[in-house]
Design a protein around this ligand. Structure first.
Ligand code: UD1
Length: 418
């Protein structure tokens, strides 16, 4: 199995082109199931997850292809009406296939995604709303079996009891072809949800967003159009934090600061300086890192759970009893024991991690545990003296396109080892 070796300490200096957003690409690729015709979707990051999703769609019978950073759809018609366990267990986001598949076809079954390392991650919010739309749901042999009798799904007037990115995407997709006008309240409004809506509207859907309410006027049919996915705010945030942690200077290209307004404000309070070079190019540097008292993860526009681990790593040497509270997932601290291997002084009580300053960190052999947690290990390795070996780097390959090449170009002593 491949590992990554980093020789620390290093300072991040140079330029990085931010890739397309993984979390926007996956639902957009899935949403092509709703439409007829063909299209090119550009700026798709070439990652383990996006390639894997293309193979799931191929397995369902769609004629799709991945060429560099373009996802090509020749036909999105499904032949096989089942998304199998072997696929779904490897990528939770595939549950979002259910909404579009059952709105275009009368019967579809999909394996239950199960939990994952960061939490139990139920799908009750998805299934409750789909049931309200007239779908009969049966859970049998580890599968969700969905069936509808009517020609179209019913429109729905629904308030999600909890804000969920996945459930919002699933149900809004289902509603695009439903009979009449649907109103979804208490929705997730992450930039990746908005990008999905923009794509669907480009294909002929009629979706409007106001605060956390999404209104969808059911269309007769949708037709695929070419599209370019937004850039990855989480990848950008990860590199910005690595710049802060190593007192570096980094220019990010293909970057949209509007998708990261609140985190950038927090980072500026911590000492980050931002210089605008052009509309999509910004320079970041940080001479002195200041501790923060407390930060809690929250749905957009709050602080993203996907930048929690990297923020903890960044503060390892500057914290003064800094607290980070994880509100989205109940078990998203699996990076803490790994960060302790570098000598970090961290304590956990419930959903709060307290970071106590450690002056010296030393390279160690560690294990990547989930996509974002893994990047916190890269940050810690760059702040540490000596050699770090990161195992299970497939987690990094799931979410960070060419991360080793991008870091190497910016002066990090990093290489892959078979
Ligand atoms: C979540 C994050 C998203 C992040 C992604 C990958 C939020 C709101 N969501 O999206 O930013 O990019 O993980 O790390 O920040 N839940 C239920 N029942 C359901 C669906 C969800 O209880 O049917 C719970 C989940 O267990 C979780 C919370 O709701 O505690 C938010 O989940 P959700 O937003 O659906 O997760 P993802 O779509 O994976």
């Amino acid at each position: 199995m491949q590992t990554v070796v980093i020789q620390g300490p290093s300072t991040l200096k140079g330029q990085i082109n931010i890739s397309g957003s993984k979390n926007a690409s996956l639902p957009i690729m899935i949403s092509t199931l709703l439409s007829k015709g063909n299209c090119f979707i550009n700026n798709i990051p070439n990652l383990r997850d996006t390639r894997f999703l293309a193979s799931i769609l191929k397995d369902l019978g769609c004629r799709v292809d991945f060429q560099k950073n373009t996802f090509v759809v020749k036909s999105s018609a499904i032949k096989k009406k089942s998304a199998d366990y072997e696929y779904v267990r490897q990528m939770r986001a595939s549950i979002v296939i259910l909404g579009p598949a059952i709105s275009r076809y009368k019967k579809f079954k999909i394996a239950l995604p199960g939990g994952c390392s960061i939490g139990t991650r139920g799908i009750d919010l998805h299934l409750d709303a789909l049931t309200k739309m007239g779908i009969k749901i049966l859970i049998k042999n580890g599968y969700v079996i969905a069936e509808r009798k009517k020609d179209k799904l019913n429109s729905i007037n629904h308030k999600f009891p909890k804000i969920s990115v996945g459930a919002t995407q699933n149900i809004l997709m289902a509603a695009t072809l439903a009979d009449g006008i649907s109103k979804l309240k208490n929705c997730a409004i992450e930039p990746e949800v908005i990008d999905l809506i923009n794509f669907l509207n480009t294909c002929g859907a009629n979706i409007k967003v106001k605060n956390r309410t999404i209104t969808i006027k059911g269309a007769e049919e949708l037709n695929l159009e070419d599209y370019k996915v937004i850039s990855d705010r989480i990848e950008a945030g990860s590199y910005i934090l690595a710049t802060m942690a190593t007192k570096g200077r980094l220019r990010l290209n293909n970057f949209n600061p509007d998708d990261l307004t609140f985190p950038l404000k927090i980072y500026q309070d911590m000492g980050l300086k931002i210089k605008k070079i052009s509309k999509s190019s910004y320079e970041f540097y940080c001479k002195k890192l200041k501790p923060i008292k407390k930060i809690s993860t929250k749905e957009f526009p709050g602080y993203p759970t996907d930048l929690q681990a990297q923020l903890i790593a960044t503060q390892l040497k500057s914290a003064i009893k800094s607290r980070v509270i994880e509100n989205i997932f109940e078990n998203r601290f699996i990076h803490i024991p790994e960060l302790r291997r570098f000598g970090a002084n961290l304590s956990i009580i419930g959903k709060t991690v307290t970071i106590h300053k450690t002056l010296n960190l030393f390279g160690a052999e560690v294990m990547a545990t989930d996509i974002r947690a893994s990047f916190s290990l890269i940050i810690a390795a760059m702040m540490s003296k000596g050699t770090t070996v990161i195992n299970r780097i497939y987690h990094l390959d799931r979410g960070y396109e060419d991360f080793d090449l991008k870091l190497k170009k910016c002066g990090v002593n990093i290489f892959r080892k078979k």
